[in-house]
Design a protein around this ligand. Structure first.
Ligand code: HEM
Length: 494
């Protein structure tokens, strides 16, 4: 008997040694900064702009670990295309955001949904309504009207520029989604959108909440044990979400009942008739349109005014092109787009210069071997969009706003390859955003002058500075905005 035990142990040891010697070994993990015992790279991730620190490392693929969570940052366009397009079937999922998804209950909002049937249904409905060329052409008059209203508001109160950018964009989203037209000032739905996006930026910052790395901490703790500021923030987040999801939808329902309906996604589908599952999808898709427009478009527009204040020579050139093509007797139209290459280059440079979503999150749903490195299943995959569009090898002097990058013979790569994300989670609002930005910018160029403020006899040149985080918001700056001529002012108010 003792011999039998000894034989079994010996055989087990032999099998172990054979497997160690000849068995398949996992390739190494991608390179990355050294971490600390236990917390790993928590200090690298907790900075306000991890994508910058990580972009400064030389490898196109960087690995970090924080407690039990693994992160892989992708710093080259090739790595992003390979992993999100070629291997798109195993990389479109999202990580489980414990705070945003479970605690604030944003789990059904499109950006947080896991890749599956519900997401596909939401994206399909979104795309049907605003993703095709014909659906966008139908919205041209709406966008032109919003652009005119925007300029009119700016002329009345130029110091409230950011507020006007928000009102314009949120108004576009609310009209398309719910047929709701907000007030020029102090509109409750514009206010909700602004507060919810601020909350979104906070709760999606990786590393901000320990809960995202140790989900078990909160998943099993009853609500009443969550205390202090944390609990207050969560309750506020939930209330804001419930208001944003239900209040504009209720507005659309009531209007439908009274027959006073502006055409919108909600009114069209309700008229067609929806069952309760479809109604749920419709509510979340409308929310994605309402909130998606309310952050991205204002951020772009505000940056446009910053760029024009910092670079007056670009403003002059763009205005000269608009004057030559559009003239002084009418306002620009969407149809003028192809005839305005310099203005288009300004819009393209804005997409590069203002990366407002620097590094979205995906998750690997299987083990992946890529370029000799092992990416474990469950690792967070982060396309480092900020770095792709600020890499001095690709875009010399990246902090300078220079539309010429995209004109003439040797053009620099189109930022659209990266700025809207890649693969199956690519931004579904990209085309709408580009049209809205183009018409607002062109209408502003035709009718407004933008210049630097003078304080104590000194010209103030604003700085290119951001509030860093999951969403990069440009810091407030001062500029002087006046009508280009009386005629321009009259055209706006006609
Ligand atoms: C210039 C403006 C915009 C930029 C640069 C932008 C950029 C992005 C990026 C980088 C992503 C993440 C893609 C990924 O996960 O890989 C995204 C997702 C998304 N965007 Fe945009 N976006 C813009 C405008 C809009 C607009 C106007 C809307 C709404 C009408 C919108 C709605 C969404 C939604 C719903 C998602 C989540 C998609 C999903 O998770 O499947 N975006 N956007």
């Amino acid at each position: 008997m003792p011999f039998l035990v000894f034989d079994v142990c010996l055989a087990g040891l032999a099998v172990y040694l054979v497997v160690r010697l000849f068995g398949r070994r996992s390739p190494p993990l991608p390179p990355g900064p050294p971490g600390w015992p236990l917390i790993g790279n928590m200090l690298d991730i907790r900075t306000r702009a991890p994508y910058k620190t990580i972009g400064a490392m030389t490898s196109p693929i960087i690995y970090l670990r924080v407690l039990g969570t693994q992160f892989v940052f992708l710093n080259s366009i090739k790595a992003n295309k390979d992993l999100f397009e070629e291997q798109g079937a195993i990389t479109p999922d999202r990580p489980p955001f414990t705070v945003a998804g479970n605690l604030i209950r944003w789990g059904n909002a499109m950006p947080f949904l896991p890749y599956g049937d519900t997401l596909r249904k939401q994206r399909k409905l979104f795309s049907r309504h605003i993703g095709t060329h014909s659906s966008l052409v139908m919205l041209y008059p709406e966008k032109e009207a919003e652009a005119r209203r925007f300029v009119s508001n700016v002329l009345k109160k130029p110091d409230d520029l950011m507020a006007h950018c928000r009102t314009m964009a949120t108004s576009l989203g609310l009209k398309i989604a719910h047929g709701y037209s907000p007030k020029d000032e102090g509109d409750p739905f514009v206010e909700i959108a602004s507060r919810i996006m601020q909350c979104f930026a906070v709760v999606t910052s990786p590393g901000l909440f320990l809960a995202d790395f140790l989900p078990i901490l909160v998943r099993y703790i009853p609500n009443r044990f969550l205390v202090g500021r944390f609990r207050k923030d969560l309750e506020e987040g939930r209330k804001l979400l419930s208001d944003a999801l239900n209040a504009p939808y209720q507005f659309a329902l009531e209007n439908l009942a009274t027959g006073d309906t502006a055409p919108s996604l909600t009114s069209r589908l309700l008229q067609e008739g929806v069952d309760s599952e479809d109604e749920e999808i419709l509510k979340w898709v409308s929310l994605a349109m309402y909130l998606g427009t309310s952050e991205s478009i204002p951020s772009m527009l505000y940056m446009f005014f910053l760029a024009m204040t910092m670079y007056p020579e670009v403003l002059k050139k763009a205005q000269a092109e608009v004057d030559a093509v559009v003239g002084n007797d009418r306002l620009p139209k969407m149809e003028d787009r192809d005839a305005l290459p310099y203005v288009n280059a300004v819009c393209t440079e804005l997409l590069r210069w203002n990366v407002f979503l620097p590094s979205p999150f995906h998750i690997a749903s299987q083990d992946i071997t890529y370029e000799g490195y092992f990416i474990p299943r469950g690792a967070w995959l982060l396309p480092n969009i900020w770095f792709l569009l600020s890499d001095p090898e690709t875009y010399p002097d990246p902090e300078i706003f220079n539309p010429e990058r995209f004109l003439g013979g040797s053009q620099q790569p189109d930022p659209r390859e990266a700025c809207f994300g890649l693969g199956r989670r690519v931004c579904p609002g990209a085309r709408l955003a580009e049209c809205a930005i183009f018409i607002c910018i062109t209408t502003s160029l035709a009718t407004l002058n933008v210049s630097r403020c003078v304080e104590n006899g000194v010209e103030c040149v604003p700085r290119y500075e951001f509030q860093e985080g999951f969403l990069r918001r440009v810091k407030p700056f001062k500029c002087k905005i006046t009508p280009r001529s009386k005629k321009a002012g009259d055209l706006i108010e006609d």
